[in-house]
Design a protein around this ligand. Structure first.
Ligand code: SME
Length: 156
């Protein structure tokens, strides 16, 4: 495993392109899911300085807070509730340009303005979600969706 993450400059795509192989290297040889989720959250936080980046994992038919970087967050989310619970229920990525206009959005932090949530899979089965929050409106687009999906697909 690399000792240090190299922080890329350039546009968003260039940053993700340089981050992806580093995360791949970080996960190589480590089988523990929690350890790998923790390092993915840390690497994304270091590269992009997102307000909040982390995982919720399905346990007893609800989402339970997993490894994350950022301010404290709600610990449990029901299926179909908030952006995370909706992503889980629909089993598809959700981009929210303005959290105030997403019906049922769960505000863990009043600083959060936009959000992207993607399903997390292991062996083709959904096991949780990746949630990324920004303190700016309209932070996430198809580029984030593509690269974040590629990053968490490294775990599949
Ligand atoms: N906003 C999320 C809740 C999780 S926090 O943002 C960390 C939601 O609506 O599901």
């Amino acid at each position: 495993m690399a000792e240090e993450l190299l922080i890329a400059t350039g546009n968003k795509e260039e940053k993700y392109q340089q981050l992806l192989p580093q995360i791949k290297a970080l996960l190589e040889g480590e089988k523990n899911l929690i350890a790998n989720l923790a390092n993915i959250a840390a690497a994304l936080k270091q590269q992009f300085d997102f307000l909040w980046v982390g995982f919720y994992l399905i346990e007893d038919n609800e989402l339970v807070l997993g490894p994350f970087q950022g301010p404290i967050a709600c610990t449990r989310i029901q299926k179909g509730k908030g952006v995370c619970g909706t992503c889980w229920e629909k089993n598809e990525p959700i981009i929210v340009p303005d959290v105030e206009i997403f019906p049922g959005h769960i505000a863990c932090s009043s600083q959060s303005k936009s959000e992207i949530v993607l399903p997390l899979y292991q062996k083709n089965k959904i096991i949780g979600v990746l949630d990324v929050d920004s303190d700016l409106y309209n932070s996430f687009d198809a580029t984030d969706a593509k690269f974040l999906r590629d990053i968490i697909a490294l775990l599949d």
